[in-house]
Design a protein around this ligand. Structure first.
Ligand code: NZQ
Ligand code: ZN
Length: 379
């Protein structure tokens, strides 16, 4: 087993921790921030008020950029970069879910570049970024404790990612209690995304017992927490366990030693939510992942059998996949692409988008026709 693990983000976790954000920014010596936010949920649930009073208490000036939409777009990043430059901000503060955090990360790097998209195309390196702070309101992506950002270039229909050491947040505040205002489907989508992050690594497993054991514990905790939240959405302990598991799913711990993982399902889903931006990332993954597993399991039968046994108490991977889909349905999630309103004759366009620049996957390399087969299984 070999790996190099890097994670400089300080997490402040727990109820009523959001009031610490001003102090955390001031500790870094920053006096003026760009606050990035989404469509307004933080105004409705009180998070915004707590953040601005904490900033005021710490004498931190702020300018604001609102309107980041789910599956965030390059155009909004350009707008926010302009605000950051004109106001000469010293740091970026994201208050929201993964879309807001990813936008903030692109802004943090983009203020130093002529065209941030060139970094997503791997044509320009990121060598500088403003310091990033986050107040997380939706546990899903792990963006609060990783160096990744995913953005849609809406002109070119590309939903691509960047990863860079400079894009790890300096401090992220995770107060799980503010997630009680999430619509149920967003709680489920977040959980499905977190499970998918773990599985992208897990299926590369062979003998990395420590990481595999952590991964299995995280998956079981996520499933158990969602089950409990379905009964009582105000159960703060389950919100907390779900939140921490989602952070650990993509902060490096859950993938240590797994040779970088797989990521074909993510690439496929990113094309779905690129072409259908109204579809949530987690919802797409809940459909694509079981289909990919059916298509791929023979490439690592031992590990898929272990998944069936340890997570679903099954002696057969196909039965386990059936149980997984049944669980998603019990959460009122979708398990078929047709249920998301995608027309069958669009599957080839999704496959073409996903394989625009290269084949996908590592356990089993996927050409465009393979991706189309997986999408058909998922339909
Ligand atoms: O915009 P507002 O009004 O804030 O509402 C949001 C949004 O409508 C709402 N919401 C968030 N917190 C809430 C809340 N509503 C009520 N109460 C709260 N406490 O939830 C909606 C969805 O938010 P969004 O940020 O889009 O969700 P998520 O965190 O799932 O982020 C998804 C994006 O992240 C990317 C995805 O592809 C997608 O674009 N990813 C980022 C990754 C990363 N940076 O590491 C990895 C992932 O694999 C993923 O690709
Ligand atoms: Zn994801």
């Amino acid at each position: 087993m070999q790996f190099s693990l890097f994670n400089p983000t300080r997490i402040i976790f727990g109820e009523n921790t959001i009031e610490q954000i001003g102090g955390a920014i001031a500790e870094g010596g920053y006096e003026r921030v760009l606050l990035v936010a989404g469509g307004g949920s933080i105004k409705q649930n009180g998070v915004y008020d707590t953040v601005i009073s904490s900033l005021a208490d710490a004498n931190i000036e702020r300018v604001e950029c609102w309107g980041v939409r789910p599956n965030p777009v390059l155009g909004k990043v350009g707008e926010a970069i302009e605000i950051a430059r004109v106001n000469n901000v010293q740091a970026v503060l994201a208050v929201g879910g993964g879309s807001v955090i990813d936008t903030a990360k692109a802004v943090a790097a983009g203020v130093f570049l002529d065209d941030i998209w060139q970094a997503f195309e791997w044509k320009v390196p990121i060598t500088q970024a403003l310091p990033i702070f986050t107040v997380l309101t939706l546990s899903a992506t792990g963006s609060e404790m990783n160096g990744n950002a995913v953005l849609t270039n809406e002109q070119e229909n590309k939903k691509w990612g960047i990863g860079n050491r400079l894009l790890y947040p300096k401090v992220s505040i995770v107060d799980p209690s503010v997630q009680k205002t999430l619509p149920w489907d967003q709680t489920v989508n977040g959980a499905l995304d977190a499970i998918a992050h773990i599985l992208e690594f897990y299926f590369h497993g062979t003998n990395e017992e420590t990481t595999i054991a952590i991964d299995e514990a995280l998956i079981k905790t996520i499933i158990d927490s969602v089950d409990k939240l379905q009964v009582d959405g105000l159960d703060v302990d389950s919100r907390a366990n779900l939140a921490w598991a989602a952070t650990l799913a993509l902060n490096g711990i859950g993938g240590a030693g797994m040779r970088g993982g797989e990521w074909a399902c993510h690439d496929i889903e990113h094309s779905i939510s690129c072409l259908y931006p109204e579809i949530a990332h987690g919802a797409g993954l809940g459909i694509v992942f079981p289909a990919w597993m059916l298509f791929t399991h023979e490439a690592n039968p031992k590990q898929f059998a272990r998944f069936a046994r340890n997570i679903w108490d099954c002696d057969d991977i196909e039965k386990a996949i059936f149980k997984m889909r049944t669980k998603i349905e019990s959460w009122k999630g979708f398990v078929r692409l047709r249920d998301l309103g995608i027309a069958k004759d669009r599957l080839s366009a999704i496959a073409a988008n996903a394989t625009m620049i290269r084949s996908l996957g590592r356990l089993r390399v996927l050409e465009r026709s393979d991706v189309e087969s997986i999408l058909n299984i998922a339909y």
